[in-house]
Design a protein around this ligand. Structure first.
Ligand SMILES: NC(=O)C1=CN([C@@H]2O[C@H](COP(=O)(O)OP(=O)(O)OC[C@H]3O[C@@H](n4cnc5c(N)ncnc54)[C@H](O)[C@@H]3O)[C@@H](O)[C@H]2O)[C@@H](O)CC1
Ligand SMILES: [K+]
Length: 465
């Protein structure tokens, strides 16, 4: 599990630890980890030209001490001071180690720029001189390594209302921060490298499941399992208008842990589903969970869907089915899987607003509709009505393809029928969906059906460990 904490949580943990350690220990731990990560990024440190952008706080201090270490290993390190007040001891260390104070003129010929402008003490946005320095690096294609967080992003929300650094690598300390997990800021971080500085942290604000977590949560059948005890999923998806959605969602469901899938819908669609998947049973019957909504088009029966939402069995509610959601019922067993546009419609705001404030609106919808919200995107946010938030970070951009959402709905339904909670079904589903996409794609185009077809192998690979 990767965990992200709020600035307040990090500051409290840091204060606790600092009280027990000699002054400056934490910064030295951070700076050492930062210098190692920068060396690895550069490949060769000797002779490398490194420009440090230094703001007024400890974030600049980290950068200055790391710069001193790099200078001692033969790098040509220049500090651009963006504030009249900088970390004095850090600056002295840099100078003693052979680094110097320079200007933005050093940026165009640099191999690397280090962003020590602001970290967790920063407000969104960059001041004009910092912005000019960052733009110069971008103009000359000089990669930027961000210290702790890319300066300018909103650390606790992942929002980027103002100009900010777009990093090629972010090196963070102690724990992840929310901006490392939530888009659009997560994208601005690039890959994130975590340096352990020994913080003792409370439960995280946002979590991201990793392979070992998927292994622990996946409902693996045992000796006494039969097709019913493994779970039966009811699919109410696809329509005469969109028969393909039913075939694709069924493929996603069969790629999950479920023992049996029933299809409920128009005869012609049922025929298409059975032609593609002879193991699927058409018609009503007992199920342990439903996946409802993908490709229903105009054929959706809102009163019937509301009945199913109010019934005992958990439901994945996708696409057109989301229109049946209202804030009246008790829907804690529901996993709703909107993309930003659908969530915007549910909440009566603009799509761009949801895209800009993904964490806020996922949480808001989970609370308002009393459902678990899985907000799809390059990074998927899963928010449960009790306030827990998870993020899936392993997707490939190739997954943005027609029908991929239908696969996810079928897969999540399968996981719900297998006994997972909506939060676990959503987070395990998003992870496996992305893992299958990576496997099917290996950096090339994919179709939704090829993602579904790769689910068993991606799952096998994960379960084997
Ligand atoms: N908290 C921790 O556990 C640790 C923190 N360390 C470093 O310390 C950093 C936090 O240091 P600080 O608290 O000094 O804060 P920062 O260095 O993040 O920011 C310093 C100051 O910049 C000013 N500022 C705010 N927004 C700005 C903006 N948009 N543009 C320009 N200036 C702005 C503010 O006056 C703020 O107090 C962390 O991000 C990390 O890099 C590490 O040394 C190790 C441990
Ligand atoms: K920074």
């Amino acid at each position: 599990m990767r965990r992200a904490h709020t600035v307040e949580q990090v500051r409290a943990a840091e204060a606790d630890l600092m009280a027990r350690l000699p002054e400056g220990t934490l910064m030295q731990r951070a700076a050492t980890g930062l210098a190692v990560a920068i060396s690895n990024f550069l490949g060769s440190t000797y002779g490398a030209r490194v420009v440090l952008l230094i703001g007024s706080g400890d974030n600049g201090g980290d950068a200055l001490y790391a710069g001193a270490r790099l200078a001692r290993r033969g790098a040509q390190v220049t500090a651009v001071l963006l504030s009249s007040k900088v970390h004095e001891l850090g600056l002295q260390a840099l100078k003693t180690s052979g680094g110097r104070v320079g200007s933005t003129d050093d940026i165009p010929t640099a191999d690397l720029v280090v962003d020590g402008i602001v970290g967790i003490g920063g407000r969104p946005g960059l001041r004009p001189d910092a912005l000019a320095a960052v733009q110069l690096a971008e103009q000359y294609d000089v990669p930027i390594v961000a210290v702790d967080t890319p300066s300018g992003v909103d650390v606790d929300t992942g929002e980027t209302p103002e100009p900010h650094v777009n990093a090629a690598l972010t090196v963070t300390f102690g724990t992840h921060k929310i901006c490392h997990f939530i888009d659009p800021a997560a994208t601005a971080c690039g890959p994130v490298h975590l340096v352990d500085i020994g913080l003792d942290l409370p439960p995280a604000a946002v979590e991201s499941l990793q392979a070992a977590d998927i292994r622990n949560l996946y409902p693996v059948p045992h000796g006494e399992s039969d097709k019913y005890s493994r779970g039966v999923l009811g699919l109410m998806v696809g329509s005469t208008q969109y028969p393909g959605a039913a075939v694709i969602a069924a493929s996603g469901a069969l790629g999950g842990p479920v023992g049996m899938v029933r299809y409920v819908g128009p005869d012609t669609v049922a025929e298409a589903v059975r032609a593609a998947h002879p193991e699927i049973v058409a018609g009503n019957g007992r199920v342990q969970a439903w996946a409802i909504g993908s490709g229903l088009g105009d054929e959706l029966d809102i009163p019937l869907i509301r009945e199913l939402l109010d019934a005992e069995e958990p439901v994945v509610l996708d696409a057109d089915g989301l229109k049946a959601l209202d804030d009246a019922g008790d829907h804690v067993d529901v996993l709703a899987t909107p993309h930003a546009g659908e969530l915007a419609r549910l909440l009566d705001v603009d799509r761009a607003t949801v895209e800009a404030e993904r964490l806020k609106y996922a949480r808001l919808a989970a609370e308002r509709f009393d459902v678990t919200i899985l907000l799809k995107g390059a990074t998927t946010v899963i928010a449960s009505p009790d306030g827990q938030v998870r993020v899936n970070l392993n997707a490939t951009p190739w997954l943005a393809t027609a029908g991929a959402g239908d696969v996810l709905a079928g897969l999540c339904g399968s996981l719900l029928a297998g006994g997972l909670s909506p939060l676990d079904a959503g987070s395990v589903g998003a992870y496996l969906h992305a893992a299958a996409a990576n496997l099917a794609s290996s950096s090339g185009p994919i179709t939704a059906m090829s993602v579904a077809a790769a689910l068993p192998e991606a799952t096998r690979y994960l379960l084997r460990g």
